[in-house]
Design a protein around this ligand. Structure first.
Ligand code: HEM
Length: 395
């Protein structure tokens, strides 16, 4: 592709940044930090060698997300020489209008602030159950398996109507295709197994509807395949993200005791600042549908743009001392849930889960501490987070 460079020479980053975060596990990877030093938009060579662009500036990322000239369609992604198939029906994260809106509007009313507030008592019960079990078997405990994963797993399974007995298997499958540690074959196998499981679940809900979102959706005109796709998206989008916010968030709070105290005094603000600081759903792709000028560069039609939400939320032009976790900061607002038509559908649910879970965890274990080396996910994982977090407390 012909390079159009306006102004100064353009910095180039190759492939998925793999370097471990230097020094602090909450800092961005070194390659991204280096790219930022050269400006809010850089040349980027995607994995598989296709040239594209990397956007790290807050305002530029937001402007791409608000611009219909950039598509979220999976089959347009120019990341290799092979053809990427379109998203399966119902997986609307990777589609554009009007298809995207057709699915999203069926779910929207089920994730409102009011609906989620009504769920708070149930989320408190689920959290209490996990903490009781932690107390019964520990200290020590692995916070990831005892707390961070089971809470969002149970919540999303109850919303969808996944029977209790299937939940462990579900978590393993979703972990295998989202965790970044499995091979391509393992990822594909786990994804296919989850699809098969959901086919059975859709059939069961059609035959015997229960009190859950999936049963409600079966009463409309959606096909089995569409219902499977929508359920898969809710699971994939809602489970891993929240679980990693809970584990990495706890780790960050334990490493910053003054900020932990500030979050306990004001959980609403505390959770927003943790969302910004960690921005675990790090990078999303868009493809230019026509030539677009962006930040002084010409993005040619068909070119894929990698948007670093994490770097955007650490943009010094937008946030004062962005690398500091500061619950009291006044320059709030973040892109941890994205922006525009694809902005996170489950954000109110995620917020309630985090507020409830962090509050209950530190109420129950005021002496909680890190009790061994923390296991961090590889940079290749779609969602940043933890594989393990050993913790202990004084009983
Ligand atoms: C802290 C936890 C969460 C984070 C950080 C997060 C982050 C995000 C982000 C950044 C996007 C936008 C992706 C893009 O721009 O392409 C998104 C979309 C989405 N999220 Fe979340 N999410 C979280 C929790 C949840 C939960 C709990 C659910 C539902 C149960 C959920 C369901 C969705 C769905 C369905 C979409 C696609 C929306 C669309 O394309 O219209 N998320 N999420």
């Amino acid at each position: 592709m012909g390079e159009i460079v306006m102004g100064e020479s353009v910095h180039t980053v190759a492939g998925t940044p793999k370097a471990r975060r230097p020094g602090c596990p909450f800092d961005p990877p070194a390659e991204l930090a280096e790219a930022r030093r050269h400006g809010p938009i850089s040349r980027f060579t995607h994995d598989y060698g296709r040239p594209g662009w990397l956007v790290t500036g807050f305002d530029l990322v937001r402007s791409v997300l608000a611009d219909p000239r950039f598509s979220a369609r999976k089959d347009l992604l120019a990341i290799g020489d092979f053809t990427v198939p379109a998203a399966p029906p119902g997986e609307f994260l990777l589609t554009d209008e009007p298809e995207h809106g057709r699915y999203r509007k069926r779910l929207q009313g089920r994730f409102t602030v009011r609906r989620m507030r009504l769920l708070t008592a149930r989320i408190e019960e689920i959290t209490t159950g996990c903490l009781d079990e932690m107390e019964r078997t520990g200290p020590p405990a692995d916070l990831v398996t005892a707390f961070a994963k089971p809470i969002p797993t149970i919540v999303i399974c109850e919303l969808l109507g996944v029977p209790y007995a299937d939940r462990g298997r579900f978590q393993e499958q979703v972990d295998a295709f989202m965790g970044g540690a499995a091979t391509d074959e393992e990822v594909f196998a786990a994804y296919t197994a989850t699809q098969h499981y959901l086919d059975e679940l859709v059939a069961a809900k059609r035959a015997h509807p229960t009190d859950d979102i999936l049963s409600e959706l079966t009463t409309g005109d959606l096909t089995d395949e569409e219902l499977r796709g929508m359920s898969l998206l809710l699971l994939a989008a809602g489970l891993d993200t929240t679980a990693n916010m809970l584990s990495l968030g706890t780790y960050a709070l334990l490493e910053h005791p003054a900020q932990l105290a500030a979050l306990r005094a004001d959980p609403e603000r505390g959770v927003e600042e943790l969302l910004r600081y960690l921005t675990v759903a790090k990078t999303f792709m868009r493809t230019a549908l026509e030539d677009v000028e962006l930040g002084g560069q010409m993005i040619e039609a068909g070119t894929t743009v990698a948007l670093s939400y994490h770097m955007a939320d650490h943009d010094p032009e937008r946030f004062h001392a962005p690398g500091t976790l500061d619950v009291a900061r006044r320059d709030g607002g973040h892109l941890a849930f994205g922006h525009g038509v694809h902005q996170c559908l489950g954000q109110q649910l995620a917020r309630v889960e985090m507020r409830v879970a962090f509050t209950a965890l530190f109420d129950r274990f005021p002496t909680l501490r890190v009790a061994g080396p923390a296991g961090l996910r590889p940079e290749t994982a779609d969602v940043y987070g933890m594989t393990s977090l050993p913790v202990a407390w004084t009983p």
